[in-house]
Design a protein around this ligand. Structure first.
Ligand SMILES: [Zn+2]
Length: 170
């Protein structure tokens, strides 16, 4: 499936590993995905299929919150590890302490980052009038989103730029 094999030396060890055929560089745009709290801009999502070594699994998106108080669901992922970098604005990040189930929050400012390992419920609220988070993460699988409290995407109508019918989704 797009792979050749090659014999490679790792120090004293020799192993045969799959080697991906050379792919060319390509250019495209981020994809806007409307949300109840604003929009996501999907930049990339490299999925690793079972048994595959390549491509390396990673994803990246912008989380664009469009108003004060805009809120995501409280949710967790069982596989995905997320790193948030606050590019613009201020946010409140709610999370649980897994040792004692205390619910805690932290105020994050521009330049702050938040590491969210798998299985940690988290929820983000926009503290200023708007704000942007860059999300770096491992592969983003649609089945790996577990919501435990509703956010704006579950409670508000979502405005789609295409003008097609609005509705609650995601
Ligand atoms: Zn998340």
């Amino acid at each position: 499936m797009g792979y050749n094999s090659a014999t490679v030396r790792f120090g004293a060890l020799t192993d045969t590993i799959p080697v991906r055929r050379l792919e060319k560089i390509w250019f495209s745009k981020g994809r806007d995905v409307p949300k109840g709290w604003g929009k996501e801009v999907h930049i990339t999502n490299h999925i690793v299929l079972p048994g595959e070594q390549f491509p390396i699994g990673y994803s990246g998106k912008l989380l664009v919150y469009d108003r004060k108080g805009a809120v995501s669901s409280m949710h967790f992922h069982t596989v995905k590890h997320e790193t948030f970098y606050i590019l613009k604005g201020e946010f409140i990040v709610w999370y649980y302490d897994p040792d004692n189930a205390d619910i805690k929050h932290e105020i994050t400012l521009e330049g702050d980052k938040v590491e969210i390992p798998p299985n940690n419920p988290h929820q983000v609220i926009c503290k200023g009038n708007n704000g942007i988070i860059i999300e770096f993460a491992s592969s983003d699988y649609a089945w790996d989103n577990y919501r435990i409290a509703k956010g704006d995407s579950q409670t508000k109508e979502i405005k789609r730029p295409c003008g097609c019918p609005t509705g609650k989704f995601e």
